[in-house]
Structures are given as structure tokens and as C-alpha cells.
Write a protein of this length. Structure first.
Lengths: 275, 245
């Protein structure tokens, strides 16, 4: 029983499956996939890809999507660590607001949060004189600060909950041993608690990064020019309906694949417990 | 005094009768909830079939299901909604035209349910597959040994026992479904988020309306969390709790 990963193999009385990845059905599937790609290359309309204007726009959009993803993940995690710590070990006057924040972020759609920040703050700021006269105003007039803020808060809310579980999951003995050795509290956190919590959270974090990637196209609704906005623009300019969307799906799948590989590599680098 | 006046005018904006936008928001909420219910139900159906297909299906079915769940989980929902929304409506019309019928206008409502249901189905497949695996194999073997037909086995043994393990994941999926309905705003379907933006940009009271809509979404998420907690307690009613025996 234990040698079989799925119960089906203990049950099915059919012919034994061909061993290895390249079984007959896989070859057929791959041929169908190649045929589909060939068909879409030859009979769909890709002429817009040859336009240098759109090529530059697509690169620009891909770059914007990537940096927004990286910046919001990093900033969001930096916020999530104190949020998780406050919920896992903080006094109630820190834990309660942290829990309320996570509940608020996780309970409402990101699109709503984004529009609240962009349209709400965007309509409030021009009416406050000292903000309009400050040096930050040229930046605050653009859309991307609101996109980064909304995505960062969203990542912080979801990852705060993940970090809470991770901090709680670190064995008590580790912290007690450090305390018994007379380690200062911040050193315990920096050397023992945080590294072990992050190690636990690494597999989850890869999936969460893909989820954040999938949330980034929403920023196009507040006029940030990410790759999704570029494809919408191409669709509007050229009246080509499906092809830019297909390209978009492929680009997102490629980025998601890179993220998964990156986190697999990171996980392998982190020393595993052997005992 | 001024704060009181502002509050009063804000509440006027949210009033149910026509000068206020309360009724519009509630209609949007009702549409959101109905789409979420439909998508969740369709997702459960696809997920159950998908989970059984992944566990007990032939090698080809498993490969196809793996392709389905991988693609849906790697491509942003917004893009899937756009692709499926256009593909779904135009392919139905093409079918109708080729059979000699008139072209029909497919409601955003039906298209929204189908599109979100297909997305939910991919996630539900994974949740339910894990839950079915958590049912002790002795239970299934015993039922088979008694000669139970497969459908009766699923209905009487596997599904009731996997429910307890599946409910936390399904609760999560339901919350995702309610929030994903907001994405239909981008294709122009008048659910809560789009209605809210229309109200806000008409009246320029952005904070009022977006916060009111946020409160409505929060109420749904809190109520459903409570409901799913009760449902899980009910599904676990036969199980021995660790530490009590």
C-alpha cells in the first residue's frame, strides 16, 4: 500500500501504465500541443507583433509588471513579519489591530481596495494645500504609487496571516533554549525565531508570489501601464480580439514558471533538518 | 457640528430611496452573491468530477486534468475571464448560427457564472482530491468488499467522510469566489464593485461608497466564516476529538 502514491493503482485492473514520462499518450498530447501552436502561429493574426511601437510597449509593460511584483512582495513581507509576530506573540493591544487589519484586507476584494486608494486618496490629496505644494506631488499625481500601496497592503494582509502560523510553528524548545543561554530578546528573534519561521514559510511563499503576480493586472484599471494594459491597448488599436490575450496568458505562465523554479532553487539552498 | 452635517449628508447618499444610492448598492450585492453562489456550485461540481478523475481516472484523464488545473492556476483570473467570456459567448453564437438559429445575447450573469465556475473548479479539484485522500482507505475497501456500486460508495462513504477535511479549503474557495466577482466589473457587469464606482464617480463621494461596499463584502465574509465553522463542526460530529477519548 505505502509504495503506491495514489489509491487508483491498487484498484485499477486495466493494463499496466507505460513507465516513464514519454508514454504513448504523452507523445500524442505533445503532438496535439505542437499542432495547436502551429495552427495558432499560421492562421491567427500576429502581424501586430512586428510593429516596433508595440514591441517597445510590450517590453515596457513586462518590466513594469515585474518590478511592481518584486517591490510589493518585498515591502509586503517586511510589513507581514511584524503583523505575524504581533498576532503570534504580541500583547492584545497589538494582536487585535493586526488581526483586524488582516481580516479587513482578506475580507474585501483587491479591486475595491485599489479603487478606494486611487479614487479616494486621489480626490482627497488635491484639496490639501501642503500636499499639493510638497515635492512629492509630481509622484503622487501618478497612478503607480497607489498601485504599489494597494498591492503592498494586500500582500501584508495575506502574508501576515501566513507568518502568524509560521511563528507559532517554531518549536518552543528552540526559544526556551536560547532564553536559557541568556540571549537577548532581539537576538533570539533575529537568529532563531525569524530564520526558522521563514524556512517554514518558503514553500507557501512561492504559491503566494504566483497569486500576487495574478493580482497585478488589476493595476491596469487605474491606468498603470503593465503588460496587461499594453495588450488591452493593442486590442483596442488593432481590433485583434484573442491573440494579444493568448500572448498575455503565455507571458504570465512563463513568469509563474520562473517564480516556481526560483523558489524551488531557494528551498534547496536552505539547509534542511536531517535529524 | 460640521462633522454631524457631513455624516448626515453621507447617510443621505446611502439612503435606500432614489436620491440615495443604497438600493443600487444592495442590488449589486445581490448580483455578486448570486454569481458567487452559482460559480461556487459549478466549481464544486467540476471539482468533484476532477478530483475523482485525478484519483481514479485513466492516465489520459489525469494528464488532461493536470493541464487544466495548471493553466487555470498560473494565468490571472482577469485574463481567463476575458478569454473565456469572449470565447464562451462567441462559440455559443457560432454553434447556434451553424445550426441555423438566431444569434442570442448571452447575459453577463450566465457568462460570469460559467467563467468563474471554471476557475473555481480548478482549485476545488485540488481541495477535494486532498480531502478524498484523507478518507481512511479501509473504509473504501470495506464498502467495495460489500459489493457497493461506485456511485453509492461515493455518496454514502467517501463524500460524507471527506467533508470534514474539505470544508476549510472550500470555505477559502467560497471567500475567493465572492471576491472574484469583483473582477466581472472589468468586463462591465454591474455587480457591487462596478455599481459602487458608478455611484462614487457620480457623487464624488469616493470614500463613502467604497467603504460602504467594503463593509458589505466584510459582512459577507464574516457571516460565511461563521457559517462554515458551524458546518465543519456538523461535519465532524461523528469524529473523536483528540484529547477527549
Amino acid at each position: 500500500m505505502q509504495a503506491n502514491p495514489t489509491p487508483s493503482q491498487t484498484v485499477s485492473a486495466g493494463p499496466a501504465p507505460v513507465q516513464g514520462f514519454w508514454a504513448t499518450r504523452r507523445i500524442v498530447l505533445a503532438l496535439i500541443a505542437v499542432a495547436l501552436v502551429g495552427w495558432s502561429v499560421t492562421s491567427l493574426n500576429w502581424s501586430w507583433l512586428a510593429n516596433p511601437k508595440y514591441q517597445a510597449l510590450l517590453l515596457q509593460g513586462a518590466w513594469n509588471t515585474t518590478w511592481i511584483l518584486v517591490v510589493t512582495m518585498v515591502l509586503g513581507m517586511l510589513l507581514a513579519i511584524p503583523l505575524g509576530l504581533a498576532q503570534a506573540a504580541g500583547p492584545w493591544w497589538l494582536a487585535a489591530p493586526a488581526r483586524a487589519f488582516c481580516g479587513l484586507i482578506r475580507g474585501t476584494p483587491l479591486l475595491l481596495q485599489l479603487w478606494l486608494l486611487y479614487y479616494g486618496l486621489g480626490s482627497l490629496f488635491p484639496s490639501i494645500p501642503w500636499i499639493r505644494e510638497s515635492d512629492l506631488w509630481p509622484i503622487l499625481r501618478q497612478a503607480w504609487p497607489y498601485a504599489v500601496l494597494a498591492l503592498t497592503l494586500s500582500v501584508a494582509g495575506y502574508e501576515g496571516e501566513v507568518m502568524r502560523g509560521a511563528f507559532k510553528g517554531v518549536p518552543h524548545g528552540q526559544l526556551e533554549a536560547a532564553r536559557a543561554m541568556g540571549m537577548p530578546r532581539f537576538t533570539i528573534f533575529r537568529r532563531i525565531w525569524l530564520p526558522q519561521a521563514l524556512q517554514r514559510v518558503l514553500p507557501t511563499l512561492g504559491g503566494e508570489t504566483v497569486l500576487t503576480l495574478k493580482a497585478t493586472p488589476l493595476v491596469a484599471t487605474i491606468t498603470v501601464v503593465d503588460i496587461y494594459a499594453v495588450s488591452s491597448r493593442i486590442r483596442q488599436d488593432t481590433f485583434v480580439v484573442y491573440e494579444p490575450l493568448l500572448l498575455l496568458a503565455v507571458v504570465y505562465m512563463a513568469i509563474a514558471g520562473v517564480i516556481v523554479l526560483l523558489f524551488r532553487w531557494l528551498e534547496n539552498r536552505v539547509p534542511q533538518r536531517t535529524a | 457640528m460640521i462633522a454631524g452635517a457631513v455624516l448626515a449628508s453621507t447617510l443621505d447618499l446611502l439612503a435606500l430611496s432614489p436620491p440615495g444610492w443604497g438600493a443600487t448598492l444592495l442590488t449589486g450585492l445581490a448580483k455578486s452573491v448570486m454569481i458567487a453562489l452559482g460559480a461556487f456550485g459549478l466549481g464544486l461540481l467540476i471539482g468533484t468530477l476532477g478530483a475523482y478523475g485525478k484519483l481514479y481516472g485513466g492516465p489520459l484523464a489525469r494528464d488532461l486534468l493536470a493541464i487544466y488545473t495548471t493553466i487555470v492556476r498560473a494565468v490571472p483570473e482577469l485574463i481567463l475571464i476575458l478569454i473565456l467570456y469572449f470565447a464562451f459567448t462567441s462559440s455559443i453564437n457560432n454553434l447556434l448560427l451553424s445550426w441555423g438559429f438566431e444569434r442570442i445575447q448571452i447575459s453577463g450573469f450566465a457568462a460570469g457564472i460559467v467563467v468563474l465556475g471554471v476557475v473555481q473548479g480548478a482549485y476545488a479539484t485540488e481541495v477535494l482530491r486532498g480531502a478524498i485522500l484523507s478518507v481512511p482507505s479501509g473504509q473504501i475497501e470495506a464498502a467495495r468488499a460489500m459489493g457497493m456500486p461506485p456511485l453509492m460508495l461515493a455518496w454514502r462513504v467517501t463524500l460524507p467522510q471527506m467533508l470534514a477535511a474539505a470544508i476549510p479549503g472550500l470555505a477559502n474557495l467560497w471567500l475567493i469566489a465572492t471576491k472574484d466577482t469583483a473582477l466581472l466589473a472589468v468586463v462591465g457587469f454591474a455587480e457591487l464593485t462596478l455599481v459602487t464606482r458608478q455611484a462614487a464617480s457620480t457623487t464624488k463621494a469616493f470614500f463613502t461608497f467604497f467603504m460602504a461596499a467594503g463593509a458589505l463584502y466584510l459582512i459577507i465574509s464574516i457571516l460565511s466564516t461563521l457559517l462554515f465553522a458551524r458546518l465543519e463542526a456538523w461535519a465532524r460530529r461523528g469524529q473523536v476529538r483528540p484529547g477527549t477519548s
